[in-house]
Design a protein around this ligand. Structure first.
Ligand SMILES: [Zn+2]
Length: 297
């Protein structure tokens, strides 16, 4: 993704040592249980994971095995894209939780990492994928009013160094086009994207390209839960996978911190020591409660 205003570094936050602390108030810590931080660590262990690499194939196997272990119904879409590096094989992975009425709440992340030397993407790719896996673990066993689909995109990152359309968002464009063709696109009530959500000094500004009504649900939920220090009221525009759905008229919002991650973003320093399990838990909690809010509408 591309930020239009990267500045500065944040204060350090305390590292809590209790897994992802998902559902801080509800579930507590479960020793040995899967958690977003552990998922990010696992992804990082595969090394750099650009589209078409051996390591991304390992990542796909890992995501699929996790979703399977959670009892999720999963669909994969293997496709290929013409890129500046030639034609690359890519794969979107979608966990589909059925609903009782027509309507889809779509939660999304990208799991590829930008092709840069020694870039392992603990925050950029790993963090939000860990959060979405944890949400799949919590949600796959439940049915709500509307279906919840949790999508893991390949090919978000530009193959070239620069972010210039159409060399980016390959996976989300593919899924949006596929959903348009099948007729599912118009059923989407809300698309929520997470990206770079694990930083120790996490501070998420309202993303200005996003649909205001969805932003209000997320930031209102965060405020209600007492996370206004993380979900702040400043705003900044970022280009990311949500644009693929916004372009087709789908109400969409991006949860991303490109301000406090700026010091390590797209550098070999995007490593696990930058990640806060507590903050992953906060983002997961906010998305989970936002889904409940959307289900109640
Ligand atoms: Zn990136």
């Amino acid at each position: 993704m591309r930020s239009h205003s990267c500045n500065g570094f944040g204060k350090n936050q305390r590292w809590l040592s209790c897994g992802a602390l998902f559902l801080l108030s509800l579930s507590g810590c479960k020793a040995g249980g899967p958690d977003a931080n552990g998922s990010a660590r696992k992804q990082v262990s595969f090394g750099p994971r650009p589209a078409g690499s051996q390591a991304i194939a390992q990542t796909q196997d890992y995501i699929l095995s996790q979703l399977s272990s959670f009892g999720c119904t999963v669909e994969t879409d293997a496709f290929s894209s013409d890129t500046p590096a030639g034609r690359l094989a890519m794969k979107n992975i979608v966990a589909k939780i059925p609903g009782e009425r027509p309507g889809i709440i779509l939660l999304t992340t990208h799991y590829d990492t930008k092709k840069l030397d020694n870039f392992v993407g603990a925050d950029d790719g790993g963090s939000s994928t860990g959060v979405m896996l944890e949400l799949a673990r919590l949600l796959c066993a439940k049915h709500g009013k509307y279906a919840v689909w949790i999508a893991f995109f390949d090919g978000e990152e530009a193959v070239r160094k620069e972010w210039k359309d159409p060399d980016n968002r390959y996976g989300s464009r593919q899924m949006a086009a596929k959903m348009a063709a099948s007729g599912d696109l118009k059923k989407i009530k809300a698309m929520i994207l997470a990206d770079l959500v694990g930083g120790k000094s996490l501070r998420i500004e309202r993303e200005e390209n996003s649909t205001q009504a969805i932003v209000e649900v997320i930031w209102g939920t965060a405020k209600r839960l007492g996370y206004s220090d993380v979900f702040v009221d400043q705003a900044t525009p970022v280009e990311d996978d949500h644009l693929s759905f916004l372009a087709r008229g789908v109400p969409s919002a991006d949860i991303i911190d490109l301000v406090n991650s700026a010091g390590y973003w797209h550098t070999p320093q995007d490593t696990m020591d930058k990640i806060s399990a507590r903050n992953l838990g906060i983002v997961g909690h906010v998305i989970l409660e936002s889904v409940k809010e959307l289900q109640a509408r």
